[in-house]
Write a protein that binds this ligand. Structure first.
Ligand code: PLP
Length: 356
């Protein structure tokens, strides 16, 4: 395993150079570099910038835009990204439109002359809508814009957006990549080196938005077991989706691995696996959904995903006034426990709160 390089500064050679490649840890650090190299390879990209959180990675992408730029963004993207665009970015003169990016006609219609970026997330959060990434890349490029894809949920082992034509891939490495709910991080991987990459390096180096060496080391360590973990997350999620789909107390299951899911066909083509996230709806709205979540014993009521533990979340109540999430929806981040135990837990909670 690589050592952790806590040094903030590195010695110059006698001629003033830095033949060993590092000068000051804000500029670069061996642990950050090893993480960036791994993520570049996993996403099949040209380069990567690591950041201290997924939101910092999104912020770095938006910082590459010109003042006055317009962004087209998925109407059910991770709500923090929506808040960043509606708040901070708007104040800096970057406007955005929230569109259903799975509807290509609506997407084309929402383009403006000043659109510089489409920000997509597929599957979306928490409705697990699938959008056609290759078609979105074409639409963006025809309009002189770029496509960025938040690939946090699928991970590079579940989907490779750069191979489908995207220009940037963003990650919250807080989730599956580090994999143990114990370190925050983010990253952007680019398809080609160029001005965009330079601007994001600027956010790291001159904006000072850098992850700590130990955090990079932890995330890099997590990546060693990503393939095995993701396989189990995905297998468990598929079992849970089938069980919930067949349950009389569940009105809808959102999971692209289900044969009757509207995104199933497209997901089967563009994804390498359906992933460990799913959502389901109960008929009694928010009160019943909250009661089911409160009755669960194995699932923890907490935000986030991609750790060993299964999590349940009532998204509508935390997303605030802009939320379009149905009130009866619960999102599950399926962990690494036994699928049978998780199904038993859900069945007991649904039975305890069955609508009369
Ligand atoms: N993108 C997605 C899909 C997420 O789920 C999250 C966090 O939940 C983020 C981005 C933001 O990442 P972070 O919490 O690491 O800042």
């Amino acid at each position: 395993m690589p050592p952790i390089h806590l040094a903030t500064t590195f010695e110059r050679d006698v001629d003033g150079g830095y033949a060993r490649g590092y000068s000051y840890s804000r500029e670069n650090n061996p642990n950050r570099l090893s993480l960036e190299v791994a993520l570049t390879a996993l996403e099949n990209g040209a380069a990567c910038c690591a950041f201290p959180s997924g939101m910092a990675a999104a912020f770095a992408v938006f910082s590459t835009l010109q003042p006055g730029a317009h962004v087209l963004v998925a109407d059910d993207c991770y709500y923090g990204v929506g808040e960043l665009l509606r708040g901070h970015m708007q104040r800096w003169g970057v406007t955005s439109s929230f569109v259903d990016l799975s509807d290509l006609v609506a997407t084309r219609t929402a383009l403006r002359a000043e659109t510089q970026l489409i920000w997509a997330e597929s599957p979306s959060n928490p409705m697990l809508k699938i959008c056609d990434l290759q078609a979105l890349a074409d639409i963006a490029h025809e309009a002189g814009a770029l496509l960025a894809v938040d690939n946090t949920w699928p991970t590079p082992l579940g989907q490779r957006p750069l191979d489908l034509g995207a220009d940037y891939v963003a990650h919250s490495t807080t989730k599956h990549l580090s994999g143990h709910s114990d370190v925050m991080g983010g990253a952007v991987i680019v398809r080609e080196e160029g001005e965009g990459l330079q601007r994001m390096r600027d956010v790291q180096n001159h904006g000072g938005v850098i992850p700590a060496p130990f955090d990079c080391w932890l995330t890099r360590r997590g990546i060693f077991s990503l393939a095995a973990r993701l396989q189990l997350h995905t297998q468990n999620a598929a079992h849970l989706a089938e069980a919930l789909h067949a349950h009389p107390g569940v009105s809808h299951v959102h999971y692209p691995g289900l044969a009757d899911d509207p995104g199933h066909e497209l997901a089967s083509q563009q994804m390498l696996g359906f992933g460990g996230m799913l959502s389901f709806q109960v008929p009694g709205g928010a009160a019943q959904a909250m009661a089911v979540a409160a009755s669960l014993q194995l699932f923890l009521r907490a935000t986030s995903l991609g750790g060993p533990e299964s999590l349940v979340e009532h998204r509508a109540s935390i997303e605030g006034p802009h939320s379009k999430t149905p009130p009866g929806l619960l999102r599950l981040a399926v962990g690494l426990e036994s699928a049978d135990d998780l199904i038993d837990d859900l069945s007991a909670a649904l039975a305890a709160n069955a609508q009369a």
